[in-house]
Design a protein around this ligand. Structure first.
Ligand code: PEP
Ligand code: MN
Length: 351
């Protein structure tokens, strides 16, 4: 793929309600936010988990988006999930289409949407799939790219988890970072609203996105969030949106790259040296694991010895506490080291 960055303004701000609820509502919100927003969003077809929930006003709401564009001059955006949605949006001259998390998971849907977009000059923003599978996200970008669409960006909206979490969707920042490594030229925006699930967490998530050098934010904004027909807890009021944007600290990435001797680079060098030592030590540890495996095999001993494992855990935990380092982190690291130690031993014993 030969993707190019196309978003010039940084950070690009997309805002508007989760769902388009009436023409008046869209005009009201867009008029309040037009001075500090680049693209106005509103969901027209809403993919809801429960079929009894509000599922959007469909085509007539596209007309309301056209009115927003006429009155405010803002570009407009909505979510598409089928080829029919794409056709309708093109007919109503919507500027930006986004593909939602529930659609990115399914290559059949993406292929259908991609076909409807063949050769069309429009901006397409692709949200990550619901679960953390990077290859599906990249696959969706590639399918759309293959049909000749040139302006493709990604939106990071977090990942569903069964585990107890402060977030509605776990951010797992390492996944958009990995996307950037695989596709260095792709623009990535963050949708802190769907990560957070509650408006209180949106400012800090937005700042993290900026610190990670993301290109923009999509923030759900509603004139009366408490009465919203969808995602009521996570929508902010126009004046809160203004504050979130004006409080953002934008750090200059190019300065960091230009000054090889600056403090950050010196510290990074130290980290590189320490990581090298960690890897060298892990390699030495592995040599001993192999010796142990041979010894166990010759003496007919089982690989996994639970007493020893408990000793390791409690000893490493105590050491972490005495050094005032997060003991949960140390336990997680040793669980991983132990997992691979068992794997190495079982490989040797199978030979
Ligand atoms: C939305 O943006 O309103 C939406 C439904 O998003 P997601 O696909 O991220 O859940
Ligand atoms: Mn929403």
């Amino acid at each position: 793929m030969n993707l190019n960055k196309f978003i010039e303004k940084k950070p690009l701000i997309i805002a508007g309600p989760c769902s388009a609820e009436s023409k008046n509502q869209l005009l009201n919100i867009s008029n309040q936010i037009k001075d500090y927003v680049d693209i106005f969003r509103a969901g027209v077809w809403k993919p809801r988990t429960n079929p009894n929930n509000f599922e959007g006003y469909g085509e007539k709401a596209l007309n309301w988006l056209s009115s927003v564009k006429k009155q405010t001059g803002l570009k407009t955006a909505t979510e598409v999930a089928t080829a029919k949605h794409v056709e309708k949006c093109l007919y109503y001259d919507i500027d930006v289409l986004w593909i939602g998390a529930r659609t990115t998971v399914n290559p059949f849907y993406i292929e259908e949407i991609a076909e409807a977009l063949r050769g069309v000059d429009i901006e397409i923003y692709i949200k990550n799939p619901i679960h953390p599978e990077l290859s599906l996200w990249i696959g969706a970008v590639e399918r759309i790219y293959n049909k000749g669409v040139k302006k493709i960006a990604a939106i990071h909206r977090g990942f569903y988890t069964y585990e107890l979490s402060a977030y509605r969707n776990e951010p797992k920042w390492e996944i958009p970072i990995e996307l950037k490594r695989e596709l260095p030229e792709i623009n990535i925006l963050c949708d802190p609203s769907h990560i957070a699930g509650s408006k209180e967490l949106i400012p800090e998530l937005s700042q993290t996105a900026m610190d990670l050098n993301m290109d923009g934010l999509m923030i759900e904004t509603h004139n009366n969030p408490y009465e919203a027909l969808s995602d009521a807890n996570q929508q902010v009021k126009p004046k809160n949106l203004k504050k979130i944007i004006s409080d953002l600290i934008l750090r200059d990435q190019s300065e960091i790259d230009k000054n090889p001797n600056n403090e950050l680079n010196l510290l990074r060098n130290k980290i590189d040296q320490i990581d090298k030592k960690i890897i060298t030590n892990l390699s030495k540890r592995n040599d001993i694991v192999e010796e142990i495996a041979n010894l166990k095999m010759n003496n007919n001993l089982a690989i996994f010895q639970i007493k020893r494992w408990y000793e390791i855990l409690s000893d490493r935990e105590c050491k972490a506490e005495s050094m005032e380092i997060d003991s949960n982190m140390i336990l997680d690291i040793f669980k991983l080291i132990h997992k691979y130690s068992i794997l190495t031993q079982s490989k040797i014993m199978k030979k």
